[in-house]
Design a protein. Structure first.
Length: 291
């Protein structure tokens, strides 16, 4: 029986998704594609080209929550996420399952990200390899508290037990909140350099103002949801100071204020030691540390 399923959430990226599936659909693991109400014929194209892939059509765009629908659909112990512009190296998911079997306290195994265009490591993997958080006893690799979803293999039961990705955030930075919730529940999150995923970004290299606003909104909301009150207040104040000169900052702040009542109802600050480690994980690498 397969131990790992692959879940891909997508929206209006038919051609990029088909390229990724050409790498992933090797008959070895179940694949669930969750379509966020695409209008470009994605579902028909996937069913025609990859009939063994399970396609779940959502009636509207659910953002990152689409991944949770895919996890619920999966029946394997572990679930590997992929994006519609990424894929796992042959053998990577077998290795991930071996590590998760051997380390039952690990809820998320984060793989090494390589860029398809030039075959170099993504800066996120350079940061993980630097081991800013050290390595917990019994962990298969360096501790992490942030990761790109497409590089993660999750323990299905642990993921669902904490609720998966947050509907409040919709999309952008949702992995940070999941990492905090899993760590607060006592789970380990670890990096594995020999579990490789490839990324061939379909979007622009530099985030658009709209994408920046969405990411910034969610970063501040995560502060309100899980971090100390002074941290949340300071982040909100910094964002407010930028509003006079930056339309994207105004968009981000408006999004924070609309969602703040819900965030306050869902607020559960993490323990102090976890907050200290999360703050450490957010620090940028020095040029020397990054190689």
């Amino acid at each position: 029986m397969p131990r790992v399923s692959v879940v891909i959430a997508t929206r209006d990226r038919r051609e990029s998704l088909l390229r990724s599936l050409a790498h992933l659909d090797d008959g070895r693991q179940p694949i669930v594609v969750v379509d966020n109400a695409s209008s470009d014929g994605t579902t028909a194209a996937v069913r025609a080209a990859h009939p063994r892939v399970d396609v779940l059509e959502l009636p509207e765009n659910a953002g990152a929550v689409a991944r949770t629908e895919g996890v619920r659909r999966a029946t394997t112990r572990y679930v590997a996420f992929a994006d519609d512009d990424s894929w796992w190296d042959p053998g990577a998911l077998d290795r991930a399952a071996e590590l998760l079997d051997a380390h039952p306290r690990v809820a998320v195994l984060v793989g090494r990200v390589r860029l398809a265009a030039d075959r170099v490591d993504d800066r996120v993997s350079v940061k993980h390899r630097a081991a800013l958080l050290g390595r917990s006893p019994g962990a298969p690799g360096q501790d992490v508290l942030s990761f790109p979803a497409f590089a993660a293999v999750v323990r299905r039961d642990a993921y669902l037990a904490v609720g998966g990705f947050s509907p409040l955030l919709f999309f952008g930075g949702e992995e940070h909140l999941l990492a905090l919730d899993l760590a607060a529940a006592g789970w380990q999150l670890a990096y594995a350099d020999d579990v490789v995923t490839w990324h061939d970004p379909a979007g622009p290299g530099i985030p658009s103002p709209a994408r920046w606003a969405l990411q910034t909104r969610n970063d501040v909301l995560i502060d309100w949801l899980r971090r100390p009150l002074p941290v949340a207040l300071a982040a909100t104040a910094r964002l407010a100071r930028g509003c006079s000169r930056d339309p994207a900052a105004r968009t981000a702040l408006a999004g924070v204020l609309r969602r703040l009542p819900t965030a306050l109802r869902q607020r559960r600050p993490v323990p102090g030691e976890l907050e200290r480690r999360f703050a450490t994980a957010q620090r940028p690498l020095s040029p020397a540390a990054g190689g």
